[in-house]
Structure formats: structure tokens, C-alpha cells
Design a protein around this ligand. Structure first.
Ligand code: SIN
Ligand code: FE2
Length: 220
């Protein structure tokens, strides 16, 4: 059922806002090369459940690659050059990932996107991500590029206030969501994942989100 939907949508584009869209199936040609690269990142920096500043364990497990990695603990959310578990630098950002992020951003209208951070989120059925804004980055001129792999998820894309009504958009294996410019700080999240099994990845979803986290502070 989902395979059929995926292949029917591939190559199409859903606009979520003036400067936000989903590029259906955009990452599919990259997937065969991505999976082994992802495996080697996960060997060096395995998925882990981080603690929120409020003291809760996040439902999503995560890791990072790139010069900066997003982390959370009792002291807050921030980007850091080292993995707090291994105390080593995060694995380097693979060229393949950079190319995917850069071409997807360009396709969505954002030229010369050079991410320095790549957050890799791990979901299993039941995992959710509550509504939030991506705002720990310094320069909001760069977009967010978010690649979905594995079982489908219902993405929530809201407005600039947490209470704004959020649109529900299904995201499938190979889809790339991009939001930037006037849509850069919109609230978003993921509903609890349904039980599904993906032919390549099994009962899991991996979301790879590219950001430009460092640089000089700048508004949208
Ligand atoms: C995120 O907002 O960091 C991830 C969104 C997703 O998993 O699709
Ligand atoms: Fe986010």
C-alpha cells in the first residue's frame, strides 16, 4: 500500500508554505549509497535517548554527523563539536550527504546551502516528536533540509505560534522536506508512528536533518 503511494508521488512537489515544500522521492537515488555510510556513522556514534532540560528522556533517539551536533541535557539544547558520550568529535559529514542536502535545497529555491550540522533521528512505532521550532542555529537565512527514510510518518507543520493549527503531511521513504525564509521558524513535529515494516529498513524510520548551525547570528 505504502510502496504504491511512494512510487506514485515520487518526483512531485507539495508546497507547505511560500518557502516550504516536500520534494517527493528526491532522496531515492541516493539511498543505496547512503545506507552503508549511515551504518558507519552509527558505529562511531550510536543512537541514544537524550534528556531534555526538563528532565525527560526524549522519545526519539538521535545522533549527529558534521562539524556541529545538536545535543540536549539538563543544561539546555545546543550545538556542540563533540559527542557527549564518546567525547570525540562527531563523525564527519559525508560528501554524499552534503550533495543531497545542497541539491534538495537548490530544488526548493535555496542556493548554496552548506550545512555544518546533520541531526539523525531514530523512530520506531510509537515514537513521536512534539511541536517545536528549530531555533538553536545562529543564522536563520539557511533552510532546514529533512530527509525521511524507512516507515512513513505523519509530519505536523504549523505556524509561528505553538497554538496555530498544524497541517498533517505524510512523509515517506525518500521524501525531502525543506523549509526556510519566511517559513524557517514554523512549528513542526511528528505524530506517534504507526506499526509498519519497510522493505529496506524494517520497523523503523530514520530522519536526517541538515542545518547550518554555526556562523554569524542573522535573522531570516
Ligand atoms: C525534526 O524536526 O528534527 C525532525 C522532523 C522529522 O523527523 O521529520
Ligand atoms: Fe525540528
Amino acid at each position: 500500500m505504502f510502496d504504491l503511494l511512494e512510487s506514485t508521488l515520487a518526483g512531485t512537489r507539495d508546497n507547505l508554505g511560500e518557502q516550504a515544500c516536500v520534494l517527493r522521492g528526491f532522496a531515492l537515488p541516493y539511498v543505496p549509497e547512503m545506507l552503508p555510510v549511515l551504518d558507519s556513522i552509527l558505529k562511531a556514534a550510536p543512537f541514544r535517548h537524550m534528556v531534555t532540560p526538563g528532565g525527560y528522556h526524549m522519545s526519539v533517539a538521535l545522533t549527529n554527523c558534521g562539524a556541529l551536533g545538536w545535543t540536549s541535557d539538563r543544561r539546555g539544547y545546543r550545538y556542540a563539536p563533540n559527542d557527549p558520550v564518546s567525547e570525540q568529535a562527531w563523525p564527519a559529514m559525508p560528501d554524499l550527504f552534503l550533495r543531497l542536502a545542497n541539491t534538495a535545497a537548490a530544488e526548493a529555491g535555496f542556493d548554496q546551502f552548506e550545512p555544518d550540522a546533520c541531526l539523525i533521528n531514530h523512530y520506531v512505532p510509537g515514537t513521536r516528536l512534539s511541536l517545536h521550532q528549530d531555533k538553536n542555529e545562529l543564522d536563520f537565512r539557511a533552510p532546514i533540509v529533512s530527509v525521511s527514510l524507512g516507515i512513513p510518518a505523519m509530519f505536523l507543520f504549523g505556524g509561528h505560534e505553538r497554538s496555530d493549527k498544524a497541517r498533517r503531511i505524510p512523509l515517506f521513504h525518500g521524501d525531502v522536506a525543506v523549509w526556510g525564509g519566511v517559513d524557517r521558524l514554523r512549528y513542526h513535529g511528528v505524530m506517534p508512528l504507526k506499526e509498519e515494516t519497510h522493505p529496506l529498513l524494517g520497523a523503523q524510520r530514520i530522519n536526517i536533518t541538515f542545518r547550518k548551525a554555526g556562523g554569524t547570528p542573522h535573522a531570516v
